[in-house]
Design a binder for this molecule. Structure first.
Ligand code: 5RP
Length: 215
């Protein structure tokens, strides 16, 4: 299995879903890195927002128009990678520490399409679950969360501390609710199936389409 080729195949299939005039959300990561040149080659008239400075710079270098997200209230489509994809459509994202912005972009889009190589398919979600935490009160938040490790990466562009929850995942909805109810937690990398329209999975030379909810 060539994981790199699978990422590329999934990303190129997703690029074909983009149409002229669309407002598009661009994710972050090595799979999205294949999406950007595939999009640029299509010379479409699109307006994009990016989930990270890395993606924004790479897209601009390829001639893709990227603007600020602060004044965009709707997107037609968002395309992003994932670290884990469960059979029921739950995702873990944030391996690249961009999960808070990625969730905001995904929820703004009419369709959220995930691109992944086949190693990302799992039977059950497992840790680590990426977190973004407020620096204010950090020691208190870490103590209350318990099994969390701070990641040795810079603060997020929004000033958040990147960390990983390493305890048991169990039911993802229960863990997501617990994290969302914990003061000091800005965001977490659990994405519910209701947010995910389609997952394009590279499998050998093929791209498999998994369909989930449309929001
Ligand atoms: C970044 C992410 C990425 O989409 C996820 O980590 C997958 O990355 P890659 O495409 O490099 O495997 O969530 O925060």
């Amino acid at each position: 299995m060539d994981v790199v080729k699978e990422k590329q195949a999934a990303a190129e299939a997703a690029a074909l879903l983009v149409e002229d005039g669309m407002r598009l959300g661009l994710g972050t990561g090595s799979t999205v890195a294949f999406l950007l040149p595939a999009l640029a080659r299509r010379h479409l008239d699109i307006r994009c927002v990016a989930t990270s400075v890395r993606t924004e710079e790479a897209a601009r270098d390829l001639g893709i128009a990227v603007g600020p997200f602060s004044d965009v209230d709707r997107l037609d489509l968002a395309i992003d990678g994932a670290d884990q994809v469960a059979p029921d459509g739950w995702l873990v994202k944030g391996g690249g520490a961009a999960h808070t912005r990625e969730k905001l972009v995904a929820i703004t889009a009419e369709r959220f399409v995930v691109i992944a190589d086949s190693t990302k398919l799992v039977d059950r979600l497992h840790g680590p679950i990426p977190l973004e935490l407020l620096e204010f009160g950090l020691a208190s938040t870490l103590r209350r969360l318990g099994t969390v490790t701070r990641r040795a990466v810079p603060l997020s562009p929004d000033g958040g501390v990147i960390a990983d929850y390493t305890g048991p995942v169990g039911d993802p909805a229960t863990l997501a609710a617990l994290l969302e109810g914990t003061p000091g937690v800005v965001g977490h990398g659990l994405f519910p199936p209701g947010m995910v329209s389609t997952v394009l999975v590279g499998r050998g030379r093929e791209v498999e389409t998994l369909r989930f909810a449309v929001h």
